[in-house]
Each structure stands twice: as structure tokens, then as C-alpha cells.
Design a binder for this molecule. Structure first.
Ligand SMILES: *Cc1c(COP(=O)(O)O)cnc(C)c1O
Ligand SMILES: [Zn+2]
Length: 464
């Protein structure tokens, strides 16, 4: 009899499969990406999503406490005894009327799914708990990733908190925020900095992992994407199981968007939701491969028959022009997204669109999100900057109900935030000006006052 859970090539014409325990993370027939696949006919499926509310009363059980694993029936690849959790997924989905107004939506229309509350401060923990679980099932003792920062922070914290694995982190010599690097170092991961950008680091980590048999936790690992489905389950939960009209998410390696589409597709197939939301993926303008290919060149999934030669030609042109990804939003500074085929499929499944936004717009949106009460890093704010653009274009209706995913915490990169709000032109230029940001819309400058009571009182009274 066929396996209950296995790995399956995403190309329906290929038919390649791999065992649940396989850690190659490439189709054995065509080398393409794999999905985790389930024989739902032989697995217990809840009758409705309300079923998951019963877990709230059972918080003493770490599996029900976890914002990832309380939904484990929707990605049942692990026996409960193997599950690794450090309490991830205790996140907020906050109605944000002030940010809605900025984006052009009606009050009550915007919800910010704030993933900065995870143990390592980004959404990556949702996926890492799932990857660690799979790694444990396969007996791995070392795990590696290439990272623009948050994957390494997450890997490091899971290694430290569980003591199950030794973490090996590859970072490029390009931008990595100090907050993220400090996490990798503080939590004791072996950190290897190679000369080159993220795309180079990712190629190397895949080679090294294969050669040394180290478990790979980059988002080419389909088990990570299973864990990230829970971000959408929590959005639905917060919306009392009503599907929003749109989900807007920043796009880097395109793991999140791929995961979200799979989540909605499966929920629809299982009869747990009546329709899927539309998806909007937001690139930074300086790292806009997905935008260029999907929107400008019209590349489509086409049941797996998408133009692979077209993608190769695009990458060849990048190389020929020595064009590297370049944006302040370091978490999405990626020009060769490993999950591109899955993301194309996601666009087809969820009638998606892709946009690219300038760094200056990202920073303004970030300041507005912060003024609205949630602190996020630049990459996260791309979602709101993209939403604003899509409302202006009329693609997203101002009456729509929208969930924007804020992928990481403000304090990942405080330098950028301080530079944005700084009145000190040198500080601004050092961090932002040299990156092409000319001015900022919503700077909250510190007020300079002499050390004098009357002057201080006057400064306070005249400001408010
Ligand atoms: C990893 C990351 C992203 C990009 O997510 P993908 O799944 O790679 O598209 C966006 N924002 C933050 C904060 C991240 O850490
Ligand atoms: Zn295949």
C-alpha cells in the first residue's frame, strides 16, 4: 500500500516521489522541488476549523500550546513523540485602522499578522519547528542554512533551546543586520561568512550539506513550508475562520507564499473553507525577479509547463550585467528565489499578483506600521507598501478585507530605524542616503533641548 505521507514532485507531469524520510529535497527524477503530500483519505481530518478552538483549553500540553502544532492535523507528517517545539507561533493578528487609512483601505479592513513575536523574532520559527521535527525523525545531528539573517537566527535558537543539533550557518559578505548576526553568535551556532551574496551562500550550503550529510533547513526544504502553513491558520483563526479577500506577503525566496497557497488549497480540498483568498507578493524594487518574470514577462505556471528557459535566460542576463540584488530590506534581498516554481503555482492557485516597491516606500510604510503600534523590520513593511500601491491601482478594493504578514521584528535592525528618524544628515546618509533614499516621509525626530527645566517644559508643551 502507498505511504500515508511522502514527498512528491510539484510538476504533475513528472510523477517523481521520495520517501518521507528522504533529506535530499530534490525530485529524484527531474531534480525539481518537492511538496509534502498526504493521503488525506486515510488520515483523520477535522470536520470544521472550529475544532482547533478546543486546543486553547489545553495549553499545558506543549503541542497544543504551540501556534504551529495545535494545527498538526493539517500537516500530519510526524508522530507526536518526535515533534520539536519551543513555543513558537504565539503571534498577534491585529486590526490596524491607522495603517488601513495609510494604505487606502476602509477602517476594519486591514489586519496585520505580526510574526515578530516568535522566539527568534521572525516567522521563520514556524518553519524551523517543522524542519527540526523532520530532522529529528531522520536522525540528523547537524543542520545548516544559508541566510540573509532570520533563518540563521531561527536555526541557532532551535539548536540552543533543544540541544538536539549543531547549527552551521552560511552568510554572505553582503548585508546582514546586526540584530540577526548577534542572535546566531549568541545562540552558539557555527557561523561561516563566505565572500559572495546570499545566492552564492545558498548554492554553497546545498553542496556542503550533500557532501557532509548535514540536514538542510533552507526553504527548499518542504517540511519548513508545512510549518509555515500555520501562519495562515492563525490568520483564519483570528478572523473567526472567515477567509480574507487578500493576503499580502513580502517575497524573498518565495517560501512563505508557496506555503500559504498550499495551506489554502488543502483547506479547500478538505472542505474546510469555501473559497481561497487572493495572494499579493511584494518584492523590493532592488530584488524583483518574481515581479519581472510574472508581471512584466507574463511567466505562468501552466500546470508545470512554465518557461524554464525563460527563467534561465533571465538569470543569465543578471549574471551578464553583473546585477546583484540590492535593497535595504535585507531579508528579501534575493535575486534567485529557490521556490520560484512553487510561487508560480501559488499565483495560479490563488489568483495572485506580484508588485515591486521602492526602498523609500518600504521605509515610510514601516514608520506608519510602527506609529500604528507594531514594530517590524523593513522587509515586512514591503507588504503594506505593496498593499498601498495595489489599492491605488484599484486592484485591491478599498472595501476589501486584507491580511498583511509582518514577517519580522523591528529590533532585528535598529540602525536603519534610527537613521530614518535621525535629524543627523551624516547618520542618515551613511545608512540610507547612499542607498538611494532621498528623504523620509514620517521621521519622528528627537527634540534637542538644553539641560534647563523651563526649556524642557516649553519643548513638551509646544510639541503636543
Ligand atoms: C525570510 C524573510 C522574508 C522572505 O520570506 P520568503 O519565504 O523567503 O519569501 C521576508 N521577511 C522576513 C523578515 C524574513 O525573515
Ligand atoms: Zn520531478
Amino acid at each position: 500500500m502507498a505511504e500515508l505521507v511522502f514527498q512528491q514532485c510539484i510538476d504533475p507531469r513528472c510523477g517523481g516521489t521520495a520517501a518521507l524520510s528522504d533529506t535530499t529535497f530534490a525530485c529524484p527524477k527531474c531534480g525539481g522541488l518537492l511538496d509534502v503530500a498526504y493521503d488525506w483519505n486515510r488520515l483523520p481530518v477535522p470536520k470544521s476549523l472550529q475544532h482547533f478552538e478546543s486546543k486553547w483549553a489545553n495549553r499545558a500540553d506543549p503541542l497544543d500550546f504551540s501556534g504551529v502544532w495545535r494545527f498538526r492535523e493539517l500537516f500530519p507528517f510526524a508522530p507526536e513523540s518526535a515533534i520539536v517545539t519551543i513555543g513558537e507561533g504565539q503571534t498577534l493578528c491585529q486590526r490596524a485602522d491607522a495603517v488601513a487609512a495609510y494604505a487606502g483601505l476602509n477602517a476594519g479592513g486591514l489586519f496585520l499578522q505580526y510574526e515578530g513575536m516568535n522566539p527568534s523574532g521572525s516567522f521563520k520559527d514556524n518553519g524551523m519547528s517543522a524542519a527540526f521535527t523532520h530532522a529529528r525523525m531522520t536522525g540528523a545531528t547537524r543542520a545548516a542554512c544559508a541566510s540573509t539573517g532570520n533563518t540563521s537566527a531561527s536555526l541557532a535558537i532551535y539548536c540552543a533551546a533543544t540541544q538536539l543539533m549543531r547549527g552551521v550557518i552560511f552568510i554572505g559578505s553582503g548585508k546582514i543586520s546586526y540584530g540577526k548576526l548577534s542572535q546566531a553568535l549568541e545562540h552558539g551556532a557555527l557561523t561561516v561568512q563566505i565572500q559572495g551574496d546570499f545566492d552564492d551562500a545558498l548554492r554553497r550550503v546545498q553542496e556542503v550539506s550533500r557532501q557532509l550529510g548535514i540536514y538542510l533547513v533552507n526553504s527548499v526544504n518542504p517540511f519548513r513550508l508545512e510549518g509555515q502553513k500555520s501562519i495562515m491558520f492563525r490568520v483564519l483563526e483570528a478572523l473567526r475562520w472567515e477567509v480574507p479577500d487578500w493576503v499580502v506577503v513580502p517575497g524573498g525566496n518565495l517560501g512563505n507564499v508557496s506555503s500559504f497557497a498550499k495551506a489554502f488549497r488543502e483547506l479547500a480540498e478538505l472542505g474546510l473553507i469555501a473559497r481561497v483568498p487572493r495572494l499579493a507578493v511584494i518584492n523590493a524594487a532592488g530584488a524583483d525577479t518574481f515581479y519581472q518574470l510574472h508581471e512584466k514577462q507574463g511567466l505562468r505556471w501552466a500546470g508545470g509547463r512554465f518557461g524554464r528557459a525563460q527563467v534561465e535566460a533571465y538569470y543569465a542576463a543578471l549574471d551578464a550585467g553583473d546585477r546583484h540584488a540590492d535593497t535595504l530590506a535585507s531579508a528579501i534581498e534575493i535575486n534567485r528565489p529557490v521556490n520560484l516554481p512553487k510561487a508560480l503555482r501559488a499565483m495560479e492557485w490563488c489568483n495572485g499578483v506580484v508588485r515591486a516597491v521602492a526602498d523609500a516606500d518600504i521605509l515610510d510604510a514601516k514608520a506608519k506600521i510602527g506609529a500604528g503600534g507594531l514594530g517590524c523590520e523593513p522587509a515586512s513593511a514591503a507588504s503594506v507598501a505593496g498593499l498601498r500601491q495595489l489599492v491605488r491601482e484599484g486592484v485591491i478594493d478599498k472595501d476589501a478585507r486584507v491580511a498583511c504578514v509582518l514577517t519580522g521584528h523591528l529590533l532585528k535592525d535598529p540602525d536603519e530605524t534610527v537613521a530614518y528618524h535621525s535629524a543627523d544628515r551624516a547618520a542618515f546618509d551613511a545608512k540610507l542616503g547612499k542607498r538611494g533614499v532621498k528623504s523620509v516621509g514620517f521621521a519622528n525626530r528627537a527634540t534637542q533641548v538644553p539641560n534647563d527645566l523651563a526649556a524642557i517644559v516649553k519643548a513638551i508643551e509646544t510639541s503636543a
